[in-house]
Design a protein around this ligand. Structure first.
Ligand code: SF4
Ligand code: FES
Length: 338
């Protein structure tokens, strides 16, 4: 009989969960769900080796484990730190974590231009969301931002290096989904940049996925660039019988036109299944697809601005009787105020 794996008990922002040994704090928080999940700009569960680059997922370990309850001396990257039995972690309930995240956002914005009004990623950009949640009103950096020429990577993808935060996700996509490594991060420190070897085009059936994993607007779809703001589009799940990939996609409609095709994303904004270039770039007609249902969009997303649905409390509230009660009371109070 298979031996039963002993689970580890971990408490994050007061909510306890049992997880398998080897689970990272970030993934334990994702199993709880809701607002206590730390943001992640570089970690991507489907990309091996990702994480540990951006520091947006910092948390405070206030108790190391049952055996050794000493707190960890510094904030740790939750995507790279595995849980111990009896560990206690603070994320949004620790003022120093919130303060550190603010500093990380300021750091990420040192070189990233604030060109959201013209950036195709606006509305879907993790850095934009972080900026709204944790951004400082003013920046202390006094030097000139790094600037680069835009580079066409093949005929369908454009790299705008000014916006890159060097998260490495696109490098992992190229490494893990294609047969040969064609691009990477060259140089170090302030000189680091994404580059293809002598700007060699990335021509591989699955390379379009670099667009979906890029957390900012550094890698964009040239067939969609400047076509529309994402909040004016209607996403619809669809599938087709594709010989290269699962064929499960999201179609982004403007009126009756499909103006973009992307992979479907989960609640952590990660691609569920990577799709091929043909589905992404070539199948832009409704006739190419079997339509399923409107894509579920988080209430907090700007994409939902025209598509309100009934309020659905986050799991962190639903799973905690005390919070649930407080939330119901709060809703009742706001009902009275109307
Ligand atoms: S181009 Fe995008 S995905 Fe690639 S390293 Fe830069 S920010 Fe990350
Ligand atoms: S998500 Fe953990 S360091 Fe980037």
């Amino acid at each position: 009989m298979a031996e039963e794996i002993q689970k580890f008990k971990v408490t994050i922002d007061g909510i306890t969960i049992d997880v398998d040994p080897g689970t990272t704090i970030l993934n334990a928080a994702r199993q709880i769900g809701g607002e206590i999940v730390p943001p992640a700009m570089c970690y991507y569960s489907k990309l091996e080796g990702s994480g540990g680059k951006c520091r947006t997922c910092l948390v405070k370990v206030s108790k190391g484990s049952e055996k050794d309850p000493r707190p960890m001396p510094k904030l740790v990257a939750s995507c790279r730190t595995t849980v111990m039995d009896g560990m206690e972690v603070l994320n949004i309930t620790a003022p120093e974590v919130v303060e550190a995240r603010k500093a990380v956002v300021e750091m990420l914005l040192i070189n990233h231009p604030l060109d959201c009004p013209v950036c195709d990623q606006a509305g879907e950009c993790k850095l934009q969301d972080l900026g709204y949640e944790h951004g400082a009103l003013q920046q202390r950096y006094e030097f000139e931002r790094r600037t680069f020429e835009r580079i066409d990577i093949g005929d369908k993808i454009q790299l705008h290096m000014n916006r890159c935060i060097l998260c490495y996700r696109c490098v992992f996509v190229a490494n893990q989904l294609t047969e040969k490594r064609e691009h990477g991060i060259l140089n170090r420190g302030d000189h680091a940049e994404i580059s293809t070897f002598i700007h060699q085009a990335l021509d591989h059936d699955f390379i379009g996925n670099v667009i979906d994993v890029c957390p900012v607007g550094a890698l964009t779809d040239k067939t969609f660039r400047f076509k529309n703001r994402v909040w004016f589009t209607k996403p619809v799940n669809a599938h087709c019988n594709c010989s290269k990939c699962s064929g499960k996609v999201t179609l982004w409609y403007k009126g009756t036109d499909v103006i973009r095709v992307t992979a479907r994303k989960d609640e952590f904004d990660e691609v569920e299944e990577f799709i091929c270039n043909e589905c992404r770039f070539e199948r832009k007609h409704t006739d190419d697809w079997v339509l399923e249902e409107p894509t579920k969009v988080s209430d907090q997303s700007v994409i939902a601005s025209n598509h309100y649905e009934a309020f659905n409390p986050p799991a962190v509230i639903k799973n905690n009787p005390q919070l649930k009660e407080a939330n119901v009371e709060q809703l009742a109070r706001s009902e009275k105020l109307k």
